[in-house]
Design a protein around this ligand. Structure first.
Ligand code: BES
Ligand code: MN
Ligand code: ZN
Length: 498
């Protein structure tokens, strides 16, 4: 989709459609009022007769409105004016996208940028609009033989700004919004690909493509030989159970000064999680192709940051494996030595995410990080605790956790803290090794966090458990691209204030 900004009055737009809001009950937004006046009261008449109340999501599409230069006027119900928040602002923009994608209008001007959202400025509204519209129009059809695009799809959306003085800010917001949205799109596409296509090798190749696209990025890929040589016994204990070679992918984006410590993102890249010898039950096992959503969100966030050319240093580390039950796969009771030297008793081969992450987290030390954030579809227990709305967040440095929670609120891609108290650590006691890879009954998300915390003592660290938010199951099954938006917001918030 092409996005731009423009200032000017709605009746003067020579375009396929002009979009304006109507609040409950039958209250016209400023632009709807202007169109109403131009047309001699057409809109207020229709609204009075009950054509549109202003309920959230209601629509009224008008053609050839007198004294306007546009082909159509789309009025969208916005609910109560004072109740517009992040969630329904996005919802209203999705209604714009779905209604107009099937209308024949290919270029439209949106005056929804004038809707009041408490505490949010024009830039935020433009960015959120782009994310919401792209999300609504996203389809994953690459693997269908019969791809039917709409005959006249929406091609261009112009966001109205209130004066020429706002054009520069608006254009900057469009650039940012499109960069983030492209990152989300990349994350979704990678995640939606099936396990037989999106293998560790495939992920590595996608990362290498980023290096071609963005000159400030450097990508390195290590195979199992090198991973073994690094002493990553925990990583290898998972990877050896699959015929697909495991990869350790590192993407360095160097946008800042050389001396500037990087933000390091570590993404769990299990391209399929069968559970290994502790095999998962068959029902919806196909969902486990999404067990690389930490990895895809790291690639998405990095490509967004590179696209925006942020003056920061950012490193993405992706341990990528397939968790399978081969003849030489790890067995319950096996003990392995991690890169840090900590020995781990693998009591359940299905708790594989933490095994690859712990070695990747030790590896992260070499970048002398400012902070390290890992992102993982780590525990089913996180879905039990928090459902599908926030990701779980834990960490060893409260300011970092609070920054992530704040970035979640701003972006609408929220996370919620769980208590990473020492009290839980003893659940990981092992009779035979330094630590067990499962914590038994109770607080499964926290004990997974506790496990990782043993490998992150040398830096400020936070962990995002995205098991509940990375994809939607059921009827509209598909990746969400979360938490790309949260990560990019967090990173943008770290920019020195000018
Ligand atoms: N990838 C799964 C976690 C998961 C399960 C995410 C379902 C989303 C939906 C992870 O590797 C796993 O299997 N975790 C186990 C841990 C347990 C063995 C301690 C789990 O959650 O059951
Ligand atoms: Mn598992
Ligand atoms: Zn897993």
């Amino acid at each position: 989709m092409e996005y731009t900004v423009k200032s000017g009055s709605p009746e003067k737009q020579r375009i396929g459609c002009v979009v304006a809001g109507v609040y409950l009950s039958r209250k016209l937004s400023p632009s709807a009022k202007i169109l109403d006046k131009a047309s001699g009261g057409l809109i207020s008449n229709l609204v009075r007769r009950g054509e549109l109340e202003g309920d959230l999501g209601g629509t009224l599409l008008l053609h050839n409105v007198e004294n306007t230069l546009c082909d159509r006027v789309l009025l969208i119900g916005c609910g109560k004016e004072k109740d517009i928040n992040t969630k329904n602002f996005r919802e209203i923009n999705k209604v714009l996208a779905s209604t107009l994608n099937a209308s024949g209008a290919t270029e439209v001007t949106s005056y929804l940028t004038e809707l009041p959202v408490k505490g949010k400025d024009l830039s935020w509204k433009i960015q959120q609009s782009i994310e919401a519209i792209d999300e609504k129009l996203y389809k994953f059809n690459q693997l269908k033989s019969d791809q039917k695009p709409p005959r006249r799809p929406l091609r261009k959306i112009v966001f109205s700004v209130s004066g020429r003085g706002q054009l520069a800010d608006g254009e900057e917001a469009v650039r940012k919004g499109m960069a983030i949205s492209t990152g989300i799109l990349l994350a979704k596409d990678l995640a939606n690909l099936p396990g037989n296509i999106c293998t560790p090798t495939y992920l590595a190749r996608q990362a290498q493509n980023m290096q071609k696209q963005y000159p400030k990025t450097k990508v390195s890929v290590k195979g199992e030989k090198e991973i073994e040589a690094l002493g990553m016994g925990a990583f290898m204990s998972v990877s050896k159970g699959s015929r697909q070679e495991g990869k350790l992918i590192t993407i360095e984006y160097k946008g800042g000064e050389k001396s500037q410590k990087p933000i390091v993102l570590v993404g769990k890249g299990v391209t399929f999680d069968s559970g290994g010898i502790s095999l998962k039950p068959g029902a919806s096992m196909d969902d486990m192709k999404y067990d690389m959503c930490g990895a895809s969100s790291v690639l998405g966030a990095l490509s967004a940051c590179a696209e925006m050319q942020l003056p920061l240093n950012i490193v993405g580390i992706v341990p990528a494996v397939e968790n399978m039950p081969d003849g030489i796969a790890s067995k319950p009771g096996d003990i392995v030595t991690s890169m840090s030297g900590t020995t781990i008793e693998i009591l359940n081969t299905d708790a594989e995410g933490r095994l690859i992450l712990c070695d990747a987290l030790s590896y992260a030390e070499k970048f002398k990080p400012d902070v390290v954030i890992d992102i993982a579809t780590l525990t089913g227990a996180c879905i039990v605790a928090l459902g599908a709305h926030p990701a779980g967040v834990m960490g060893n440095h409260n300011p970092l956790v609070q920054d992530l929670i704040k970035a979640g609120k701003t972006s609408g891609d929220r996370c919620w803290e769980l208590p990473l108290w020492d009290d839980y650590q003893e659940q990981l006691d092992s009779n035979f090794a330094d630590v067990a890879n499962i914590g038994g009954k109770g607080a499964g998300t926290i004990t997974a966090g506790c496990f990782l915390s043993r490998f992150t003592k040398k830096y400020h660290w936070a962990h995002l458990d995205i098991a509940g938010v990375a994809w939607k199951s059921g009827h509209n099954k598909g990746a969400t691209g979360r938490p790309v938006s949260l990560l990019v917001q967090y990173i943008v918030d770290q920019l020195p204030k000018s």
